[in-house]
Ligand binder design. Structure first.
Ligand code: HEC
Length: 217
């Protein structure tokens, strides 16, 4: 916490008093005479130290009460989706998308009950609680299917590559258009740096609440 750092570097005795077996609490006033703190005199300083301690405790409580689901590794990063939503594999099919180029993937887009209702009713923006999943696989030629056709023409979902989510929570994910972005490989979440480009690109589809995939009838 930056707050505690600034204060304690101005008055080192407070840091020691706070972090380790406290000299202040033990009634030992010696540390108060250290460094720049001596200039303030004992009594005033004790009161200041007490107040600072109180501020630090309150600040600590506020910080530890912050939502646990947000990023913990990068300060200031927008919150993103860190856990795979349960049951997503059983959600309703919206459409498919094949991406060539470097990805060479085939993807199925699924939506949970809240999102599929909005899709079908053509309601925008998607309400809070909507989750849209994109299940990505290698776009793979199927030899066994090609055999029955007598020529190469069948492409299917090969190895799974990743699963991506967009989770609507207009408060929690306000910094990224109300959508939390998530990317998972083998159930493991990508970090904030990896997820940074998701929002700017999806933001280009503002007219459809950041969602590219159209509902396939
Ligand atoms: C360069 C633009 C771009 C970036 C960056 C991008 N996406 Fe997408 N995303 C798309 C497009 C276009 C689609 C439509 C389907 C397709 O082409 O695969 C899509 C589809 C999706 C979908 C299905 C819902 C929809 O909007 O169609 C999800 C979920 C998704 N992306 C999540 C993510 C996540 C998570 C990231 C970041 C790791 C990300 N996207 C990064 C362009 C992008």
């Amino acid at each position: 916490m930056r707050l505690s750092h600034d204060i304690t570097s101005a008055c080192p005795s407070i840091r020691r008093g706070k972090d380790s077996p406290s000299e202040l609490e033990q009634g030992n006033n010696e540390p108060l005479k250290e460094g720049g703190c001596i200039a303030n005199g004992g009594k005033a300083m004790r009161r200041t130290a007490f107040l600072l301690g109180a501020v630090l405790i309150v600040a600590g409580v506020v910080v530890s009460a912050a939502p646990a689901a947000g990023p913990t590794d990068e300060e200031g990063a927008a919150p993103y989706v860190t856990t795979v939503p349960t049951g997503y594999r059983d959600w309703t099919w919206v459409s498919v998308a094949h991406e060539a180029g470097n990805f060479n993937s085939i993807g199925a887009v699924l939506a949970n009950d809240v999102a599929i209702k909005a899709y079908r009713e053509g309601k925008l923006p998607f309400p809070d609680g909507s989750i849209i999943a994109a299940l990505h696989y290698k776009h793979t030629a199927s030899e066994e299917n090609d055999k029955v056709f007598g020529q190469p023409q069948s492409f299917v979902a090969g190895e799974p590559t990743n699963v991506q989510f967009m989770w609507k929570d207009s408060k929690k994910y306000a910094a990224t258009g109300g959508w939390g972005f998530g990317h998972f490989v083998d159930g493991k979440p990508a970090d904030a740096a990896f997820l940074k480009p998701c929002f700017p690109c999806h933001a280009q589809m503002k007219a459809r609440d950041l969602v590219f995939t159209r509902y396939a009838p």
